[in-house]
Design a protein around this ligand. Structure first.
Ligand SMILES: Nc1ncnc2c1ncn2[C@@H]1O[C@H](COP(=O)(O)OP(=O)(O)OP(=O)(O)O)[C@@H](O)[C@H]1O
Ligand SMILES: [Mg+2]
Length: 580
């Protein structure tokens, strides 16, 4: 996408969000327009006071003073209203953008999400959102104000003395144009800086997320050094940007001071030869700096705008990320006359030319339990991921309850599935919250029953705060086996007709596994279950076992059949540390 069309896209996106709060923006703009108009009236009062005083006509002065005082009160009220409305406008807008971004993140397909770094995403949602909000609050409204201010002041000054106005401000556009040129490299620099800051944030995310590895491998210093050098480079970038900004501001300063100087010299001469009253010169000088002050302000604004535009580009990049497909057939039926899950010639690869699964065909009857075995990396988790609709097959089809998964609505399909993943994720909330996620709105009794069924109740009640104990970041306050039991309890609570267990009991000791296995057997009754396990005792009693090798189902049958076949399964059984 070229720069212009990218910018147009951002402006369109901003306009879309601004629309909701347009009345606040209008109130803010109206406040500034009113204050500018009152400023002109106040300056005119100043002119009249000076001229009246010079002419010795003091009788009108108190009335003019009163008008000036009312103007000042009006300006203060208008500025307050404008600031308040601008705040409502910008915070409302940013809240909506953040809300949509977060919603978007939750809808990004898993395969795309795998390529995204969390630190960068957070930096977009925090620093970049702050930049946009700062601009919207402080400068966006002012941008609307400037044309009005300019017109009011210009009309007043033209009426006072057009030739003085022309002589004064003729140099300003040239300086403004030169100053504005610096905003282009500034924007490029800002964007680079924000992107780099995002990369530096990844290091912090690594320090936090990988803390056990960081400590056990003594890589704290290396990471701290990486962060140090990253932040040093980011600071250099920021200083470089500041230098560009100050150069631009220098020209904007000239745009203000040169006209003011010309106005004083030329206006003074006009006063001497009598073609301008002293009151008019005072009013002119006062207003010409007011006329030029928005130019100075716009100098800063221009740079803020560039920073905000660069940040908005990054922030809106989240909103423009691809999302999972929506819509499709909503069905919670699993008819008994068709396979609950049916793979037909399914092939899948993560990376082009590196097939993981090749032409997999397998029908799993409703109520059947099927175990998957195979070497590490053979594609077992991938197969379960395909059933969950995390990825789409490159060719072939997967049907659930007789309906192609690509035609089904994803949300309702996932409602049919309880999935215990290989790398269990616990949210840094309480044990209770983590289990209850299996069924939003579940009663406490149901949560406890699920925990009991997963043999988790005893260890939970032994913790200091029982079900309300916090599990820590990614469950760091719990053991691997405890985490797994919470994940199983979550799946129990969901109570879905299809159960996917990916190494769900691998971290349990033999005794705990036997207990949880009993619970899983109970849960499996009447459900369609796909179990992945390296420990073959876990899948030994499955109705069928499929062995994946080289991307295909190399063997499929009951435990005894596969053992007597003497093939891969038998070998795995003999070498898997789980001999009979
Ligand atoms: N997101 C990904 N991007 C690219 N390749 C991937 C991705 N996830 C998995 N793979 C690759 O796909 C292959 C199958 O992975 P998968 O996780 O399905 O194996 P698995 O059979 O579950 O292994 P394990 O028994 O170790 O859990 C592996 O070679 C792996 O490197
Ligand atoms: Mg796996």
């Amino acid at each position: 996408m070229d720069n212009n069309s990218q910018n147009t896209g951002i402006y369109k996106s901003i306009a879309k969000y601004a629309k909701t709060y347009i009345l606040w923006a209008a109130a803010a703009a109206a406040g500034t327009v009113l204050s500018s108009w009152l400023e002109v009236r106040k300056t005119d009062c100043l002119r009249r006071i000076v001229d009246s005083a010079q002419a010795g006509e003091l009788s009108a002065v108190p009335r003019i003073f009163l008008i000036a005082a009312l103007c000042v009160a009006g300006i203060m009220a208008a500025v307050y209203i404008s600031a308040y409305a601008a705040g409502r406008f910008s915070t409302g807008m940013i809240r909506d953008i953040k809300r949509d971004s977060a919603e978007r993140i939750s809808k990004i397909p898993i395969d795309y999400m795998n390529s995204v770094r969390s630190g960068e995403m957070l930096s977009k949602m925090s620093s970049d959102a702050d930049n946009v909000q700062f601009f919207m609050e402080s400068d966006f409204i002012a941008m609307m104000e400037i044309p009005f201010t300019f017109i009011f002041y210009l009309v007043f000054l033209i009426r006072l003395n057009p030739s003085l106005l022309l002589a004064s401000i003729i140099s300003a556009p040239i300086f403004v144009a030169i100053g504005a040129r610096f905003s282009i490299p500034f924007k490029i620099g800002s964007k680079k800086y924000m992107r780099y800051l995002g990369l530096v944030s990844n290091t912090v995310a690594d320090m936090v997320g990988g803390i056990p590895i960081v400590k056990s491998y003594n890589i704290e210093d290396a990471l701290a050094e990486k962060y140090d050098s990253g932040i040093d480079k980011a600071t250099d970038m920021a200083l470089g940007n500041d230098k560009i900004q100050y150069r631009g501001i220098f020209f904007f300063q000239l745009a203000r001071h040169v006209p003011l100087t010309v106005c004083l010299i030329y206006g003074g001469l006009l006063c001497f030869n009598g073609s301008l009253t002293l009151g008019a010169l005072v009013a002119f000088t006062s207003l010409i700096s007011q006329l030029l002050s928005p130019i100075i302000r716009s100098s800063q604004m221009f740079f803020n705008f560039r920073t905000a535009a660069a940040s908005a580009e990054r922030l809106f990049s989240i909103i423009n990320e691809p999302i999972e497909r929506e819509g499709g057939i909503v069905s919670s039926e699993l008819p008994s006359d068709v396979p609950a899950i049916e793979f037909s010639n399914v092939s899948f690869e993560y990376e082009r030319g590196k097939p993981v699964l090749k032409n997999i065909s397998l029908g799993i009857a409703k109520g059947e339990q099927i175990g998957f075995a195979g070497a590490s990396g053979c594609g077992k988790s991938t197969l379960l991921g395909l059933v969950c609709g995390f990825y789409s097959p490159d060719s072939g089809s997967i049907k659930i309850g007789g309906i192609d998964i690509n035609e089904r609505e994803l949300k309702s399909t996932r409602a049919l599935i309880s999935y215990v993943s290989q790398d269990t994720y616990l949210f840094p909330e309480s044990i209770y919250d983590n289990i209850a996620m299996g069924k939003p709105g579940a009663a406490r009794d149901e949560v406890v029953t699920a925990a009991k069924a997963a043999y988790a109740h005893d260890f939970i009640t032994a913790t200091e705060n029982g079900y309300d104990s916090k599990v820590g970041e990614r469950g760091c306050r719990l053991s691997g086996g405890q985490i797994q039991r919470i994940a199983i309890a979550r799946a129990f609570l969901k109570n879905a007709p299809i159960l996917l267990l990916d190494e769900a009991t691998s971290a349990l000791d033999v005794k705990a596994e036997a207990e949880v296995q009993k619970a899983l057997d109970d849960l499996s009754r009447g459900r369609t279950v796909l179990v992945v396990a390296h420990r073959l005792s876990t899948i030994k009693n499955s109705d069928r076992i499929a062995v994946i090798d080289g991307g295909v189902i190399a063997e499929c049958g009951k435990h005894d059949e596969l053992m007597s076949l003497g093939g891969i399964y038998a070998k795995l059984n003999n070498t898997g540390g789980d001999p009979e």
